[in-house]
Ligand binder design. Structure first.
Ligand SMILES: *[C@@H]1O[C@H](CO)[C@@H](O)[C@H](O)[C@H]1NC(C)=O
Ligand SMILES: *[C@@H]1O[C@H](CO)[C@@H](O)[C@H](O)[C@H]1NC(C)=O
Ligand SMILES: *[C@@H]1O[C@H](CO)[C@@H](O)[C@H](O)[C@H]1NC(C)=O
Ligand SMILES: *[C@@H]1O[C@H](CO)[C@@H](O)[C@H](O)[C@H]1NC(C)=O
Ligand SMILES: *[C@@H]1O[C@H](CO)[C@@H](O)[C@H](O)[C@H]1NC(C)=O
Length: 334
């Protein structure tokens, strides 16, 4: 390559990066004017700690939100690529795509999100530039717009209005914005999981923020003292039979039922537990007109990579407690 070609190549690369970053700037605070794009055609202000306030302001008709060296601005849609367009797009390792601010789907080595539903733990958001999938919402911004969430939130709220008026604990900051009072709050009543978690609500520069925590060691959150205690609170219980779906199509104990749900000859992931199910995979194949599955374990201390469909030494992003649940073709992964 000549010096001139090199320069042109470098310039092209820079242009591509600029274009790519413009699309990926959803919810990213731009220091120039302390604002962020809220959606393709909405902006939002940022607070003192550099986090988006999640209060949208609409751009005029025919304008899109663009984040650049000039700050976050509404620009005529003809003059620039709007932000917040990376939702439902697979990450570059073809492992996952964010499908909402705290949900994702597996891509299984393809460029399209598969029939898969993953959720991030409370207080975590999905970012497809972050190899961890789910990052703490105080450190990572979601790839998808909060605007995409409003429809699902409203339907969820209308569905639950009859049962409870209390806001959902799945989004700590939204929970605290509704509670509007400082302190620690219980998350749920399942002994092994939610009974050990709590949300801390605090006021940060005029807006309510929440952070989800898990009690240390084998302690539980006491709703009365609002502290982590060693005795199991009376409200905690262990659900008798877990989910019916796991008995219908368990993965490790019934690979044939699992493969009947996959309906394609291929290799599939088993679970999200780093020490156990993350090291396993199931090979599905058709025999005499019915689907069969065989469970394998990766050799040594390697893990199953659902994108490359091979055993790898690095821990895959799905293998973390920041991932609360994950399903594939309706089967809950363990
Ligand atoms: C903003 O974009 C959404 C779809 O992304 C569209 O439905 C809406 O009409 C747009 N609003 C304006 C003001 O252009
Ligand atoms: C999994 O495979 C994909 C595709 O080959 C690769 O990009 C990614 O880095 C791998 N992940 C791990 C944890 O090895
Ligand atoms: C836990 O159970 C108690 C008693 O049934 C109930 O009052 C409380 O709302 C429950 N807490 C949560 C977070 O679900
Ligand atoms: C709160 O935010 C305003 C503007 O957003 C800023 O001027 C002020 O210094 C902040 N206060 C604190 C205590 O951070
Ligand atoms: C497949 O089906 C045929 C007839 O139904 C049977 O004879 C054969 O043993 C089956 N093969 C296997 C591997 O089960």
């Amino acid at each position: 390559m000549s010096a001139k070609e090199m320069k042109l190549f470098g310039w092209l690369l820079q242009l591509m990066c600029l274009w790519a970053s413009a699309k990926a700037t959803c919810n990213v605070c731009n220091a120039v004017n302390s604002m962020a794009c809220y959606s393709l055609n909405q902006t939002q202000a940022c607070d003192a700690s550099g986090l988006p306030t999640r209060i949208p302001y609409s751009c005029p008709d025919g304008y899109v939100c663009v984040s650049s060296a000039a700050g976050v601005r509404c620009q005529p849609s003809s003059s620039g690529t709007g932000a917040c367009q990376d939702c439902n797009k697979c990450d570059f390792t073809r492992t996952f795509a964010c499908t909402g601010t705290n949900t994702f789907a597996l891509c299984l080595g393809t460029d399209a999100p598969q029939n898969s539903v993953g959720t991030c733990a409370a207080g975590y958001v999905c970012n497809n530039r972050d190899e961890r999938i789910c990052g703490l919402d105080t450190q990572v911004v979601p790839t998808c717009s909060y605007a995409d969430e409003t429809t699902t939130t409203t339907t969820a709220t209308t569905a639950t209005t009859t049962t409870a008026a209390t806001p959902s604990t799945s989004d700590a900051s939204a929970y605290c914005a509704a509670v509007q009072a400082q302190g620690n709050y219980a998350v749920g009543n399942y002994t092994a999981t939610t009974c050990r978690q709590y949300i801390k609500c605090f006021l940060l520069n005029g807006s309510w923020r929440g952070q989800a925590y898990t009690c240390p060691g084998s302690t539980y959150f006491s709703p009365s003292s609002r502290l982590c205690v060693t005795t199991v609170p009376a409200t905690c219980y262990t659900p008798l039979s877990t989910t019916t779906t796991t008995t219908v199509a368990p993965t490790t104990s019934n690979p044939n039922a699992y493969c009947a749900k996959m309906q394609a000859e291929d290799y599939y992931p088993v679970g999200t537990t780093a020490s156990t199910t993350c090291r396993q995979y199931i090979y599905c194949f058709e025999l005499n007109g019915s689907w069969k599955g065989k469970l394998y374990t990766c050799p040594g201390s390697t893990y199953y990579n659902s994108s490359s469909k091979t055993c790898v030494t690095a821990l895959p992003a799905t293998c973390t407690s920041a991932v609360a649940s994950l399903s594939l073709n309706g089967v809950d992964l363990e």
